[in-house]
Design a protein around this ligand. Structure first.
Ligand code: NAD
Length: 495
């Protein structure tokens, strides 16, 4: 344990850095199990204090009367602050969650761009004057919902945090951010950068803590007017139940088991590279991982053989090494979960074509590494093909026809994403639009743009994030009827 890790570190509550009163929250480097830092995590009282400080800050006339372009200036400064520290933040995140440096760098850049994007959206979004049906002017204006809670997972910190914090602040809300207890570092850095950018105290609090204590307290707090949640489907359901009682809106970005479909007429090089990136980048710990691969029967043996050969060339190793494709998994329990699914696949009759084990050697001894794994011989109905593994495990299956692959791809509780590789653009459209998925990639995979809305269907989520109107989900419409009639309402006249 390092010296820094030995002393408890403060968290960010209402503009003040102080020790939380909850359980300690350590950030562990999954490369070797060393502790980066340990934070004094938030308990329910700390969360309550953060909410109260948020309410006070929102009520303050400085924030309430700040014009959109002035608020946008603060958001841009936060974006600039993130960009200025890209390298150090990327290294910090690498130590917090084990992703290779090129990925963590990309996440920091994405977070910075998100603040710039929502600054631009804030300055340019318009309210509406609606067609009046009487002697009045009718308008729809947008008011901030109030204090909102943002709850995030560990797999893409900073980027998923910016995706919630930037539009919520743009909307005029105060935000209490509860990052995953496994990856607290970058959310707290965001708090520091926002404070330095001049965000008034109380508008952003960062309260790392456990889900069952800090997370649950945030969701249940009577003054929290919305929860934006990214995480597992079961946690999302639990949050939605509490929200139903409070009649509180939620945005839920949940799990997935996304299909990738390769037709015989696909460009094989493009398809293989896309499939590999789609499942094995981020060590497969990605909600939109293309974890079920359907390959047209006529090319199945040759395509799978090539895919396996290419997978065996992927480098598992130190995320600091630029040659590394896959770093360690986030934690020992996560690796144990992946291992148990591979064992299940074997017991269900699956053939492990590559991987299926921890890499051997001294360099891997203390980290939570796992080899990229391809399994065939399973039915789409098997548990391995139906349940989210959230690790570097790909199930491959042949298909016979468009109708067959549409049915199999849709045969899942999830509906997050779908990838299609084909040279026939009409077929891509026909098949793609028949599959229930919030995001459809055609001849590409796992590409994102902050200006494009993101949502899951079925058990993959509720509500939309990103896009220019992403700000609106943190606001409520207010309809204004502005009377223009010179004559009094005749109703009260005596006949
Ligand atoms: P998780 O559901 O275990 O935890 C997510 C967050 O919720 C954490 O901050 C956790 O502390 C908190 N939490 C847990 N219980 C809570 C409760 N009762 N009340 C309030 N908060 C609570 O998920 P995870 O393991 O951190 O992340 C992996 C999951 O996230 C996967 O299922 C993945 O697909 C999903 N994910 C989805 C998206 C998307 O955009 N759809 C993106 C990334 C990850």
């Amino acid at each position: 344990m390092t010296t820094a890790a030995a002393a408890l570190q403060p968290i960010f509550i209402g503009g003040t850095w102080r020790l939380g009163r909850g359980a300690p929250v350590p950030s562990v480097n999954p490369v070797d199990g060393s502790v980066n830092a340990t934070f004094a995590g938030a308990d329910a009282n700390d969360v309550g204090e953060a909410v109260e400080r948020g309410r006070t800050a929102m009520a303050d006339s400085v924030w309430r009367h700040m014009l959109p372009h002035e608020r946008a200036r603060i958001l841009r400064r936060i974006g600039d602050g993130l960009a200025a520290e890209t390298e150090s933040l990327a290294l910090l995140q690498l130590r917090d969650n084990g992703k290779p440096l090129y990925e963590t760098r990309g996440l920091v850049i994405s977070a910075s761009n998100t603040f710039h994007f929502f600054a631009a959206a804030l300055e340019t979004l318009e309210s509406e004057v609606t067609p009046a049906r009487g002697a009045f002017l009718t308008m729809t204006t947008y008011q901030p919902l109030g204090v909102v809670g943002a709850i995030t997972p560990w797999n893409s910190p900073i980027a998923s945090e910016a995706q919630k914090v930037a539009p919520a602040l743009a909307a005029g809300c105060a935000v209490v951010l509860k990052p995953s207890e496994l990856t607290p570092l970058l959310a707290l850095e965001l708090g520091r950068i926002a404070q330095a950018a001049g965000l008034p105290d109380g508008l952003l609090s960062v309260v790392p803590g456990t889900g069952s204590v800090a997370g649950a307290a945030l969701v249940a707090h009577p003054d929290v007017r919305k929860i934006s949640f990214t995480g597992g489907t079961e946690t999302g359901r639990a949050i939605a139940r509490v929200a139903a009682d409070k009649l509180m809106p939620v945005t839920l970005e949940l799990g997935g088991k996304s299909p990738t479909i390769v037709f015989a007429d696909a460009d094989p090089e493009l398809a293989i590279n896309g499939v590999l990136f789609g499942i094995f980048s981020s060590q497969g710990q990605s909600c939109i991982a293309g974890s079920r691969l359907f390959v047209e029967r006529s090319i199945y043996p040759a395509f799978v053989e090539q895919l396996v050969a290419r997978t065996k060339q992927l480098q598992v190793g130190d995320p600091l090494d630029p040659r590394t494709h896959l770093g360690p998994l986030i934690s020992e329990p996560q690796r144990a979960k992946v291992e148990s699914y591979v064992e299940l696949a074997r017991s269900e009759g699956g053939r492990v074509l590559c991987g299926g084990r921890r890499p051997a050697g001294e360099a891997f001894a203390r980290g939570t590494f796992y080899e990229p794994t391809i399994i065939d011989g399973l039915s789409n109905r098997s548990r391995v093909c139906q349940e989210e593994i959230f690790g570097p495990v790909l199930a491959v299956m042949p298909f016979e026809s468009e109708a067959d692959v549409i049915e199999q791809a849709n045969d899942t509780v999830y509906g997050l994403a779908c990838g299609i590789w084909t040279g026939d653009y009409k077929r891509a459209w026909r098949v793609g639009t028949a599959i229930a998925a919030g995001t459809l990639w055609i001849n590409t995979y796992k590409q994102f743009s902050i200006s494009t809305p993101f949502a899951g269907v079925k058990a993959s989520g509720l509500g939309v994030e990103k896009g220019r109107t992403g700000i609106r989900s943190y606001q409520q419409e207010q309809s204004v009827y502005w009377g223009l009639d010179e004559r009094p309402n005749p109703w009260a006249n005596v006949p």
